[in-house]
Design a protein around this ligand. Structure first.
Ligand code: GLU
Length: 499
């Protein structure tokens, strides 16, 4: 059997971690099985639709490098893949169900439904939802009222009568979830006769979703666990049409570290926020692929191709997944380390420009070359892209001369710092031309009796303006002897003046 699955977002918000997890698992499942991954836009809720959210969906997929096999902007045998372009179909199927008796017309007005709701609330009734008033209308009366122009919705008739040969128990709907096992719902507990087709002729989620999954040949529905309560209803709908339901697999919840459903309270959730904060798509994909699925023991890093080869529904966990921001940051650091200098410079450059690293504009050719060369100094130390330019300010403009305290190591006092800096001054032309090993040897040889750290501290402060910086010898090489000497001289002058 060819596997066909789908990601079916409603463009009513920005793409977020939960959506990405659903999309990615569907993508990986299809790829792992040589199947087809479909993107379908469920945009029937026109009040909450916003074209910006639709664009955000496409942009997010493009940034992540996830492609769909069939869907909007790509086409396929079941086109169109945008529900608002398929409304005629849903009407046709709702009418078919009406014919078959699996659905009925409801003429209740919005005011009546509101009144029932309010009355029940006042009476603290346990009953919620529709009171099924129109369920008993005979087909002739129903057809007559519709023909006379009365407005109506079409509702699903949830079977309530006893199962033929069912032994008198309450009517139930059963299905098997691939992850959660056998599930059974009392029909009386299912949303009472939900609307399938609204009075404006637009379908509700339930109708459009089931009709499309059927027409698009979807074999597996992998979706978030919050949809589990809709599934009995969908199963009833499939049976009412006489269709075979797909395999359902409700994915484990994604929680924050406090055990509550991941939300804005925990931090960034939209993919846009992560992108802007300097996360790499590879890191996000790798981390999100682990939210509720285990691959091999003892391994953290997987490329998309490796995930595609390994994914399997048998590897899903039942337990909720915990989203750990620190862990994601660690993953990002790992992917930053895998980039070569050109790639890393290109990726982090927008943050450098935005942060004013090049004096408020784009870098000139020389600055760009220096920036690229500096990647080797920061690659091992950055977890997010903006960390990179944040560490490199001293390469592009002279730092303020640090206050005396910053230049003076604990041992040796101002005199010691002066001695170190004077010696460093002599060594700079050699250090600027030496590799790390050679530089260290030179310093050890010449700074006899002074601990390496105590010797380097004033030099580091003079050259970078701070006590903590990217590797010093590499920085000296990139700055070049002339700029180093100017900065050392400024520090020497400050120290002397403060004596
Ligand atoms: N449109 C629904 C959503 O926004 C689809 C749920 C499903 O996969 O059935 O997630």
């Amino acid at each position: 059997m060819e596997i066909r699955d789908r990601y079916a977002p409603s463009p009513t918000g920005l793409q977020h971690i939960g959506g990405l997890r659903t999309a990615l698992f569907n993508y990986l499942f299809a790829r792992s099985a040589g199947g087809t991954f479909i993107l379908r836009l469920e945009d029937t809720d026109r009040t909450r639709y916003d074209p910006a959210y639709e664009q955000n969906l496409y942009d997010t997929f493009a940034w992540l490098g996830l492609a769909w096999d069939e869907g909007p902007r790509r086409g396929g045998p079941s086109a169109p893949y945008v529900q608002s372009e398929r409304t005629g179909l849903y009407r046709k199927y709702a009418e078919e169900l009406l014919e078959k008796g699996g659905a009925y017309r409801c003429f209740c007005t919005g005011e009546r439904l509101e009144r029932v709701r309010a009355e029940r609330e006042a009476a603290r009734s346990a009953e919620t939802g529709y009171d099924r008033r129109c369920r008993g209308l005979g087909p002739e009366e129903s057809a007559r009222r519709a023909a006379a122009g009365e407005g109506f919705t079409i509702r699903l008739r949830i079977p309530l009568e006893e199962e033929p040969g069912g032994g008198g128990g309450p009517r139930v709907t059963r299905f098997t979830d691939k992850l959660l096992g056998d599930i059974e719902w009392k029909n009386a507990d299912i949303n009472p006769d939900p609307v399938l087709l609204k009075s404006d002729g637009f379908p509700t989620y339930h109708l459009a979703n089931v009709v499309d999954d059927h027409l698009m040949g979807i074999t597996h529905v992998l979706r978030a666990q919050e949809w589990l309560s809709s599934t009995p209803l969908h199963v009833i709908l499939y049976r009412a049409f006489g269709w075979e339901p797909p395999v359902f697999c409700h994915l484990p919840m994604v929680m924050g570290q406090d055990g509550k459903k991941l939300s804005k309270r925990h931090g960034a959730t939209s993919i846009d926020e992560f992108r802007r904060a300097g996360y790499l798509p590879e890191a996000l994909l790798n981390y999100v692929a682990l939210l509720g699925c285990s691959y091999e023991e003892g391994r953290d890093l997987y490329s998309l191709a490796e995930l595609e080869a390994r994914f399997s529904l048998d590897r899903l966990n039942k337990a909720p997944a915990v989203f750990d921001y620190k862990k994601l940051e660690w993953y990002n650091g790992q992917y930053i380390r895998m980039k070569n200098s050109e790639e890393l410079a290109a990726l982090s450059l927008p943050y450098a420009v935005e942060g004013g690293l090049f004096g408020g504009g784009e870098p000139g050719e020389e600055q760009r070359a220096l920036y690229t060369a500096a990647m080797g100094l920061v690659r091992e130390r950055a977890n997010l892209l903006p960390d990179i330019p944040a560490k490199l300010g001293y390469l592009f403009s002279d730092p303020a001369v640090p206050p005396g305290g910053e230049l003076i190591p604990k041992k040796g006092g101002a005199e010691g710092a002066l001695r170190s800096l004077r010696l460093a001054r002599e060594l700079i032309p050699l250090l600027a031309a030496a590799d790390d090993e050679e530089a260290e040897r030179l310093v050890k040889e010449r700074a006899e009796g002074v601990k390496l750290g105590d010797f380097l501290m004033p030099l580091r402060a003079a050259l970078t303006g701070a006590r903590v910086s990217p590797p010093l010898f590499g920085s000296i090489r990139l700055l070049g002897a002339r700029r180093c000497l100017t900065r050392i001289d400024a520090a020497l002058a400050a120290l002397e003046a403060s004596r």
